[in-house]
Design a protein around this ligand. Structure first.
Ligand SMILES: NC(=O)c1ccc[n+]([C@@H]2O[C@H](COP(=O)([O-])OP(=O)(O)OC[C@H]3O[C@@H](n4cnc5c(N)ncnc54)[C@H](O)[C@@H]3O)[C@@H](O)[C@H]2O)c1
Length: 266
């Protein structure tokens, strides 16, 4: 098993990629602290892990709030042990109007608070426990929207910030045996992507194959498990020389020309 003996905290564990990662990390031997806003939404993932013979706990918490983050760390240490893996996967996109002229201050702030500040807060409070554990691996979910205009200003800017945060984390914490890498998913079939599609449908914009064909050379969206497998590699000791790096997992979307979802959405 690739994560035998490891203790992993996964945020956004009720969502598409988080759920897939929690199940796969546990299958590979990790004890998992599965975190999401609402504990009841994450409970079925924990039950599935336990039913398969694994160990997991469900934690309802908002990663943008210090008190909640402290509670995540306290419960993980008390109930599972010192964490070796932090998968900062939780994220939000802006709802409603997406143009830089129309996005509300509240929506912009929420992207930064959750996507960027949340990842930093989790790192700040989990890293000391990871150091006590002798080191570990942090995987931050950014997005190809950090490189190309694939969503709103709040989302793209916060995800670009996640890449910078990852590099600072790698440089500052490397001496403690902590690696940090950014995972940039391309279009992936999850509730977040479904919401985006509904919104585009409302605007009468192309949403199916016509659009997906432009999102990479494979002509399809990713399944959440395809992101979880890259997160698994980065979290595991197999990636022992990888730190401060950015891993695009996007079926060649960013390798193509500058065709972007936003070009259709505005
Ligand atoms: N789906 C895609 O196409 C895509 C592409 C690129 C990047 N991403 C990124 O991948 C990650 C996972 O996204 P997904 O597609 O699985 O989305 P998702 O909406 O299915 O899951 C995200 C989860 O994060 C949780 N969450 C939101 N705010 C939170 C908070 N403050 N505290 C704790 N949990 C919170 C949500 O409740 C949700 O369960 C996100 O960071 C997203 O930005 C997704």
């Amino acid at each position: 098993m690739r994560l035998a003996g490891k203790i992993a905290i996964i945020t956004g564990a009720a969502g598409g990629m988080g759920q897939a990662s929690a199940l796969i990390f546990a299958r590979e031997g990790a004890k998992v602290a599965a975190v999401d806003l609402d504990e009841a939404r994450v409970a079925p993932v924990v039950e599935a892990i336990r039913a398969a013979g694994g160990a997991a706990i469900a934690i309802g918490a908002d990663i943008s709030k210090t008190a909640d983050v402290r509670r995540i760390v306290d419960r993980t240490v008390a109930e599972l042990g010192l964490p070796n893996i932090l998968f900062n996967n939780a994220g939000v996109d802006t709802e409603g109007k997406r143009s830089i002229l129309d996005i509300s201050e509240e929506a912009f702030d929420r992207c930064v608070e959750v996507n960027l500040k949340g990842a930093w807060l989790m790192t700040k409070h989990v890293a000391p426990q990871m150091i006590a554990a002798g080191g570990g691996s942090i995987v931050n979910t950014a997005s190809i929207a950090a490189h190309i205009v694939a969503s709103s200003a709040g989302y793209c800017a916060s995800k670009a910030g996640v890449i910078a945060l990852t590099k600072v984390t790698a440089v500052e914490l490397g001496k403690h045996g902590i690696r940090a890498n950014a995972l940039c998913p391309g279009a992936t079939e999850t509730p977040m992507a479904r919401e985006q599609r509904i919104e585009m449908q409302k605007k009468g914009l192309p949403t199916s194959n016509e659009l997906i064909d432009r999102m990479g050379v494979l002509g399809r969206m990713a399944q959440p498990e395809e992101m979880a497998m890259m997160a698994l590699f980065l979290a595991s000791d197999e990636a022992s020389f990888a730190t401060g790096a950015v891993f695009d997992n996007d079926a060649g979307w960013t390798a193509m020309s500058g065709i972007s979802v936003q070009a259709f959405a505005t």
